[in-house]
Structure formats: C-alpha cells, structure tokens
Design a protein around this ligand. Structure first.
Ligand code: IPE
Ligand code: IPE
Ligand code: MG
Length: 241
C-alpha cells in the first residue's frame, strides 16, 4: 500500500482540559494551565519533525458562551503567553499568526496580538496559527461577505466566484490544507473548526485528554497517519496500491 507523505500541516483540537482538572479535583483553570505545557511540547516536536504548519484550536466562536469566569481565565492565559512565548518563537524561527474574529477581543488584547504577530512576521520556519474566537462557519461567512462587497462595488463579477477564490479569502490561505487533524479527549466531532480547509484532511481521534498529550502521543498520531491511503476522490492504480 502507498504510504502517505509526512504531514505538512497539522490541525489540532486541544480538548479535555476541564475533564483533566475534574479527575484531579482541581478547578478547570488548572487544566487550561497544564494544556499550555502540552502546546509547548507539541510546537517543539513539530519543529523537530520539520512540519511546515501547526494550527491549534484554542477558543471557538461558541466558547464565548462559557461562564464569565472561565472566559476571563482563558483570556488571561492567552494574554500572558502571547508575550511570554516570544523568545521560544524567535529561537525556533517560528511565525505566529492568530486567526479568528479578533474584533470580539478587548482593544488591549488586539494590540498585543498585532505586536506579537508583527515580531515573528519575518520568521521562516514552522507557522503556528492559533485559532481564537474562531469558527469554521464564521470563516466562510467572512469570506462570502468580502466577495459580496467586491461584487457590489463592481470590482468582481459574481460568475468569477470560484472555490479557489473563496479559499483565498478564508483563513490560512497562505498554507497548504491540513493533512492531519488531531482531536483529543475522545470526542469524535469537528466542533466548527476548519470546515472549509479540512475537506480532505485525515481525522485522528484519541481518548487522551489534552494536558496528557505528550511526545509519544504525537508519534502515535504520525504513525497512524503514515498508514493512511489518501485518494482525494481518485482511484489508485493497482501497481501503486
Ligand atoms: C479545551 O478543553 C479548551 C477549550 C475549549 C478552551 P475544555 O475546556 O473543552 O475541556 P473539557 O472538554 O470540558 O474537558
Ligand atoms: C472545541 O472544544 C474547541 C476547542 C478545543 C477550542 P469544545 O469543548 O468547545 O467542543 P464541544 O463543545 O465538546 O463540541
Ligand atoms: Mg471540551
């Protein structure tokens, strides 16, 4: 059987922080804090494996509906680490981008996001995209809105709207589509992550809770991915199969 090429782009739904904390009778915030450590390990592993892009689901459009306390804790962790991890990004030549509806964030956080992205913009190694206040439906909607505005201004003919054009206006247009999607915590759903971009992504689910996701877990996902036969709707000739 033909083996899949190593993944260029990995997308991760980092789920299970709350359950990790609950199992230890700790507040949910403790799970989120441990989750950050797992993120750091994964980033280093992606650098070592020469992965081109890593996209992390940190906070969904729907997560705004959690309690005020939990949202505040998550924002606090986000603000703190945006700043704290700059040396790690610089050391490993990592380019950081934040994707999502940033208008929902406080002006202070928007400024910090802008500054951090700016400081790593010229790095040429791994591209880490953090999806925050992100939803796949929001992403497709904002692309549609931009194109509709261009049509209204007479800059674009509606007949020229193609899949390629929509793709160019969705987030992550600068990257190859994700090859491997990893979701921890045993849930087998996409939860409004990269709906457009994951049309042909291989979906890997593990029971492990996100703070427990370590080097071995990442290796296991890569080993699983290697065995996938990716067809993209085509038929693989017998001699290749
Ligand atoms: C994932 O962990 C982190 C975010 C969604 C921000 P959860 O907070 O969803 O943890 P569980 O799923 O309740 O265990
Ligand atoms: C998905 O996890 C979002 C993130 C990991 C940021 P959720 O915990 O919000 O998803 P559901 O509610 O289980 O689908
Ligand atoms: Mg969850």
């Amino acid at each position: 059987m033909t083996q899949a090429q190593p993944p260029q782009h990995i997308a991760v739904v980092m789920d299970g922080n709350g359950r990790w904390a609950k199992k230890r009778l700790l507040p949910r915030s403790a799970g989120h804090k441990m989750g950050v450590k797992a993120v750091r390990k994964l980033i280093i592993n992606c650098v070592k494996q020469k992965i081109c892009a890593l996209t992390l689901f940190a906070f969904s459009s729907e997560n705004w509906q959690r309690s005020e306390d939990e949202v505040a804790t998550l924002m606090q962790i986000f603000i703190e680490h945006l700043h704290k991890e700059i040396p790690l990004f610089q050391e490993h030549n990592i380019k950081l981008q934040i994707i999502g509806d940033l208008s929902k964030f406080s002006p202070e956080l928007q400024q910090q996001i802008h500054d951090t992205m700016h400081s790593t913009a010229n790095n040429t190694g791994l591209v880490v995209s953090v999806a925050a206040s992100y939803g796949g439906r929001w992403d497709i909607t904002q692309a549609a809105k931009t194109l509709a505005q261009q049509v209204a201004r007479g800059e674009l003919d509606a007949d020229d709207i193609s899949e390629a054009l929509i793709q160019q206006h969705c987030c992550l247009a600068n990257l190859p589509e994700p090859d491997l999607f990893i979701r921890t915590s045993g849930e087998q759903r996409i939860s409004n992550f990269l709906l457009w971009q994951c049309a042909y992504t291989e979906l890997y689910f593990t029971e492990q809770l996100w703070p427990d996701f370590n080097d071995e877990s990442f290796q296991a996902a890569l080993v699983w991915f290697k065995k996938r036969q990716r067809r993209f709707g085509k038929i693989i000739q017998k001699q290749e199969a």
